[in-house]
Design a protein around this ligand. Structure first.
Ligand SMILES: [Zn+2]
Ligand SMILES: [Zn+2]
Length: 136
């Protein structure tokens, strides 16, 4: 299952970048303008599907947030050329962590939604956070 999901993810990523390349190509002629609109819509739909695949791929008990954080510092990531790093502690990841579903273990509930410690740090309303009891 995990490798299957990885393959689907790779295919969807390739499809999205191919479509985005077509959409942003200035050499596209007038006659394909309509098609470009359709491709742009399709790219949006594939992105939604990709987010869904990533959501299904996260381990059980993970954070529910659809974007990554530094596990220590929260929303402090910077991403360039497909690599993310934390601007506070300089931890780095060899992939675009910012735009990937969070895989950190959930530690709190925020309006009933399980979220990790780092996302809790960045939450706008900390008073509504309820710690999740972790089995020892
Ligand atoms: Zn950090
Ligand atoms: Zn998280």
């Amino acid at each position: 299952m995990a490798s299957g999901t990885g393959e689907i993810r790779a295919l969807l990523c390739a499809a999205v970048s191919a479509m985005e390349k077509v959409v942003s190509d200035p050499a596209m002629g007038e006659e394909v303008r309509r098609m470009v609109g359709a491709v742009a819509d399709l790219a949006v739909q594939v992105r939604v599907l990709l987010a869904e695949v990533e959501r299904l791929d996260v381990p059980p008990g993970s954070c529910s947030m659809g974007w990554g954080v530094c596990p220590e510092h929260g929303r402090t990531l910077m991403t360039s050329r497909g690599r993310s790093h934390c601007t506070v502690c300089d931890a780095s990841w060899g992939y675009d962590r910012e735009n990937q579903h969070c895989r950190e273990p959930a530690a709190f509930r925020f309006n009933l939604v399980p979220i990790c410690r780092a996302h809790a740090v960045s939450a706008p309303f900390r008073a509504q956070l309820v710690p999740i009891q972790q089995p020892d």
